[in-house]
Design a protein around this ligand. Structure first.
Ligand code: TXA
Ligand code: MG
Length: 360
């Protein structure tokens, strides 16, 4: 089976195709669709069989819960038993948008959708195509990112087709997504809200609205014994075919270190990949250099991260070195994804000079 592909834009929505997608979802089928963060793989959230199909199509462990997408704030009360005041305030401020909230689930939501948990993740996306599809499907669409488990999340319909084109019924192609990283997840099942996954909405923005907000312990010290509370955050999301390492330090130190390693590889007849920025790409003389975006506009870095990682999989490189991107607002989210892709391999140039002990 090959997925039917429907191309449209947010300004010019193909209503017939949306109606067809809605029917497919109501009948238990799977439809991939754009959101403002990444493409989602949708199934009817209230149908346990549809959720099982999603896990199978992605090759995802079924203990890793799905996010239920809604397109009308009034639909929230049917799928949760309680909405704490702080969650209401946050929803008012950031919905529709790149925010997912964890709330106690109502019985109508099957355990298959929540990976066996008593809580449910809910998101109201701002993408008009996503909203129309959700409404056409009856209001509740479970959707993880539309990639094969272990690959970077898709930011174009082409990425979705590459991974899932043979496994699902329909792909709605709404062009390249806007943000490029998955939504911020905030857990409201404890007294103090906890960030389970950083995203476009930063910890600082959340604290501005809510006051006290914690970061999940499993995210702060990824190598410790504390498991992240979002089951999906414990998996190494994406292992590029070539080894990926992040090089951290002053701009000059980082460029010199990557140049040295790329030069050494070249002498051995190997090629390395380099993830640079618009500001630095001209400074490298070895390797295959790809600019991820501009440090002056950090959204561009978030926007291209997954695409660049996917691109390097089709290049024959022996290793990939990436500059670090601790940018002011989205740095937490960008580095969270990049560190996971690198299996937390980070080379600190300044430290290395002192004790030369990174073992890289
Ligand atoms: O931006 C997004 O959120 C995208 C688009 C498609 O909306 N979706 C997405 O879904 O990133 P997914 O399945 O790739 O990531 C969902 C994350 C996983 O880490 C999962 O473990 C966590 O949310 N999660 C879902 N339900 C949860 C719950 N009840 N408690 C804790 N974590 C939960
Ligand atoms: Mg995902």
């Amino acid at each position: 089976m090959k997925a039917e592909i429907a191309v449209m834009t947010a300004e010019n929505i193909d209503r017939k195709a949306i109606a067809r997608g809605g029917e497919i979802l109501k009948n238990g089928g799977l439809v991939a669709f754009p959101t403002e963060t990444v493409y989602g793989l949708g199934g009817n959230a209230l149908d346990p069989k549809a959720s099982m199909k999603i896990y199978a199509a992605k090759g995802r462990p079924s203990d890793n819960p799905l996010i239920v997408h809604i397109a009308d704030i009034r639909d929230l009360d049917k799928i949760v038993t309680e909405v704490p005041e702080k969650a209401r305030v946050l929803a008012e401020k950031y919905w529709p948008g790149p925010l997912t909230m964890i709330l106690p689930k109502a019985d109508i939501v099957p355990k298959e959708t929540t990976g066996g948990l008593d809580s449910v993740a809910v998101r109201f996306p701002s993408d008009p195509i996503a909203q129309e599809l959700i409404l056409a499907a009856g209001g509740y669409v479970a959707a993880p990112s539309a990639n094969t488990s272990g690959r970077p999340s898709p930011t174009t319909a082409g990425h979705v087709a590459e991974d899932l084109g043979e496994a699902i019924d329909m792909i709605i192609d709404g062009g390249q997504v806007n943000i490029g990283l998955e939504s911020t997840i905030v857990d409201f099942t404890e007294d103090i809200p906890v960030v389970l996954r950083p995203g476009y909405i930063s910890l600082e923005m959340l604290r501005e609205t809510l006051g006290d907000v914690r970061m999940d312990k499993g995210l702060i010290k990824p190598d410790s014994k504390v498991h992240p509370k979002a089951p999906g955050m414990k998996y190494r999301h994406y292992a590029p075919k070539a080894d990926l390492a992040i090089v951290e330090g002053s701009t000059e130190g980082v460029i010199a270190e990557i140049e040295k390693r790329a030069g050494e590889a070249e002498e051995k007849g190997l090629t390395v990949g380099i993830i640079a920025t618009d500001e630095t790409k001209g400074r490298y003389s070895h390797g295959i250099v790809k600019s991820i975006g501009s440090r002056e506009q950090e959204e561009t870095i978030a926007h291209h991260l997954y695409e660049v990682l996917r691109d390097f999989d089709s290049c024959n490189v022996s290793a990939i070195y990436s500059e670090a991107f601790f940018t002011p607002r989205m740095g937490q989210a960008i580095m969270n994804r990049l560190l996971k892709a690198a299996g937390h391999k980070i080379i600190n140039v300044e430290e290395e000079k002192e004790n030369d002990s990174t073992g890289m």
